[in-house]
Design a binder for this molecule. Sequence first.
Ligand code: ATP
Ligand code: MG
Length: 431
Amino acid sequence: MNKQLNKRQRFNYFLMNLVSFASIFLILGVIVFQLVQTSMYQSVDNDLERLATDQKFIQHQLMKKEQLQNQSPMLGKLDGPPPNNFQQQVILWSADGKILNERELGSRLYDFQALKLSTDDLNKIANVQTKDSNDRSLQFRSIILPTEGKEDIAYIQLLVNTDPIKGTVERFKQILIICMIIFGLLSIGLSYFLSKWFMKPILISWKKQQEFVENASHELRTPLAIIQAKLEKLFTKPNHTIMQESETIALSLDEVQRLSQLTSDLLLLARSDSNSLTLEKTPVKINHFLNTLLLPYQELAIAEEKQFTIDLGEEQQLFFDKKRIHQLLIILLDNALKYTSSGERIIVFSTVKNSEWIIKISDTGIGIPDDKKAAVFERFYRGEESRNRKTGGNGIGLAIAQWIVDEHQGKIELTDTNPKGTTVTLRFPVK
Ligand code: ATP
Ligand code: MG
């Protein structure tokens, strides 16, 4: 991926993360603020509702007024709730909108001088605003109740001052804004880190993909170049018969076959990369399956003057994708035959032990050096010695083998055969 694209993509990720974080914090902040504000005002409204329905409290207020007017010495002996603080205020109204408990209100009367009786919304909690003696605005939640049966007192108004709540809410808002700024800055840092982190696997797989495409096209070019050269050669000899040019044609056909094998291998790898291949597991009798599969290879080995031994354990029925395991074993047998010379030996061993199906394919061929045992599973990797051999290859076999083993939750291991050669051990869990 070119650097410009990489930078732009990272910046996009960064921006996406930042917008997501900022939106989450903002929504969270607004929700928390609304909840706190509502619950604070709710508790005031609850108090008001409680007082409004408390008959004892209401009676107490009305009696207090009468006693104040009569200068009754009983005042202090009234039972009922304690006198109001400023937070909760009671105003008694006459029908024509006059405050009747002026004496009780005392100096606080100034705060309510601007207050007018409004009988539109009786029995409903509403916001009320007045001004105190210093012309500062005062906020209240209030409820006005009609007092049936009292001659002079027509309405009783209960008020709760909400200025302290407003102050607390304001302070909370400031703290919240500071917190959101701090978290906003943190999210910028986090977004930057995450965008870097997100890009890493993408860059790695992009690089892998690019290498794959480069290698694949390189591998495809070689047989195509050979076919082209052979065909051009045929054109230079228009009078030759097919018989005379049979070698050229046979070689071209070999390359076509190689191309077709390579393209189907590449297709399989590409599909495995995109996870679009699924296993089709069926019950299979393993010994029968192996014998049928191994027979042509045994014949081939004998024809190449190689020893081929099959050592199978007890017959068992196991679940696996027959087609894929067949493909896997062919890849390994093909290697064993390819990398051994005449007179050498190949042993295929299979057993089910400790809930594992173990298959070993040993050969006494050229062997794989320890430092190359991991590399041989890479796509297009071919050992130095194998490249010099006449037998062709694309270096894809073991990459496909690894994929099939992984899909079956199995393990593949390469070890040395004593005294020389390679042993491939496959282990599949048996359920
Ligand atoms: P193809 O794609 O046709 O299978 P390949 O055989 O070269 O080509 P792999 O099967 O992936 O590719 O093997 C990769 C390399 O590992 C081989 O080129 C070879 O060097 C080494 N190798 C694999 N199996 C053996 C073996 N049994 N003995 C020695 N070397 C081996
Ligand atoms: Mg191979």
